[in-house]
Design a protein around this ligand. Sequence first.
Ligand SMILES: Cc1cc2nc3c(=O)[nH]c(=O)nc-3n(C[C@H](O)[C@H](O)[C@H](O)COP(=O)(O)O)c2cc1C
Length: 252
Amino acid sequence: MEEKEFYSTIFKRKSVRNYESIPIDENLLTEISRFMESLNPLDPEIKTEIKIISGEHVKSLIPQKKSPHYFAVFSETKEGYLTNIGFMMQQMDLFLSANGIGSCWQGIPKPTKEVLKSSNLHFVILMAFGNSKEDLHRTNISQFKRKSLDEITDIKGEEKLLEPVRIAPSATNSQPWYFTRDNEVIHAYCKKLNFLKAKLMAKWNKIDMGIALYHLTLSAEYQGKKAEIIYDKDVENNPPRGYYYIASVKIK
Ligand SMILES: Cc1cc2nc3c(=O)[nH]c(=O)nc-3n(C[C@H](O)[C@H](O)[C@H](O)COP(=O)(O)O)c2cc1C
């Protein structure tokens, strides 16, 4: 599959929460496993592990419809690991949607003890997937309930580059991101939360930032440019009020 299809999938993807109970075809599962091995990390130094598990190995405090399959995602807990997982697994979200399979990030449910014990790495998040019982795609951009561009950036004249970032998915649709620019470098920041909210959301927000950064790199590449993730200490020390720094993308 080409990157171009990934790009166009950004404009129609949605979270699927209603699945056929029958498992997806074995051959398709093999293709998915193969793609799983090829995900691009934001930071290749961070060890990750992804397992495909069935719905019976997932439990949730809140009653939720099960899907037949889930990715259970594990990682080393080095600096930036949550953003790295967001960046990697958003490739999977787009891959599945582009191939006619439904998926949904799952921050609330957890895998069973046996699954947790099966990896030496720290459990991060689940993503549900399977054949969708509902419409798989949006048909119009107005169906994305999102903030406007001027709520998430002060950059002017880059609507085409930033639109795929604006419509990226995030936990509880919180869209915690803000973007500024210095010449060819775009800086990404995440909203600071009060203590109570942070307890629930801070982990997810860092995953959200990885998702947005992946959409930004895809968007830059679609425009024929090279996107390189960099970290700028000076920028880190001077974030916009109410935000903290995550990373920057150099676009050339
Ligand atoms: C890190 C993360 C965790 C999420 N956790 C859940 C969840 O536990 N349950 C759920 O139904 N949706 C979950 N979502 C899906 C979001 O609610 C959804 O992406 C957002 O509302 C935007 O809608 P869309 O994906 O259809 O564009 C999660 C999304 C992200 C990025």
